[in-house]
Structure formats: structure tokens, C-alpha cells
Design a protein around this ligand. Structure first.
Ligand code: SF4
Length: 100
């Protein structure tokens, strides 16, 4: 039985750096499921920087403020290997994967 939480090379769909997660700032509630599931430490939860708040809708701003502006942040986006675990895990359906 393989107890290694990291997907082996056969399960990795891409080399790192080809795709990157995109977080919908109007949806993210900082629940950190992505932090837990990503084998490559792409995410951390932290305070959304002010310069990233300008594109939010009014509802998005109200929701984000209610959560103390805590959202998923991309700390190592270049590590993403497109396993898709974060997309499936996010309860707010806030993550998509886009080609860099
Ligand atoms: S697709 Fe996989 S490797 Fe990429 S950020 Fe999501 S969980 Fe991490």
C-alpha cells in the first residue's frame, strides 16, 4: 500500500509551471481546504492584500470583510502540477486552473 500523500509521477498531469490555480476572490471564504489537500504547498490562508480587493463585487467585499479578509493566497503557484485536488476540495467552487 502506498502511504505517500504525494502523487507519483504517473498521476501528475503536468510539469510544474505550466498551469496555475486562479482563485475567484468573490467566492473564497478562506476555509483552507486547498491548503490541506495540495501536495505541493501552493496555498496559504492569509489576509487578502488591499490591492487585490479592488476587483471584488459589493457582495464579494461584504463577504470577504465578514471573514476578516482571510482568503486563500498563492504562495508557491509555480509548484502546481494540475492534480486537481484543490478544485475538487474547495467548498465554494472558487478555484480553477489556467495555463500560465
Ligand atoms: S491542482 Fe494540485 S498541485 Fe495544483 S494547486 Fe491544486 S492541489 Fe496543488
Amino acid at each position: 500500500m502506498n502511504n505517500n500523500p504525494l502523487p507519483d509521477n504517473k498521476e501528475c498531469k503536468q510539469e510544474p509551471g505550466v498551469f496555475t490555480p486562479v482563485i475567484d476572490r468573490n467566492r473564497c471564504e478562506g476555509k483552507a481546504d486547498c491548503v490541506s489537500v495540495c501536495p505541493y504547498t501552493v496555498f496559504a490562508v492569509g489576509t487578502l492584500p488591499k490591492e487585490q480587493r479592488t476587483g471584488l463585487t459589493l457582495v464579494g467585499k461584504l463577504k470577504a470583510a465578514a471573514h476578516g479578509w482571510q482568503q486563500a493566497l498563492l504562495v508557491n503557484p509555480e509548484n502546481c502540477r494540475v492534480c486537481g485536488l484543490c478544485v475538487k476540495a474547495c467548498p465554494e467552487h472558487a478555484i480553477t486552473l489556467a495555463r500560465t
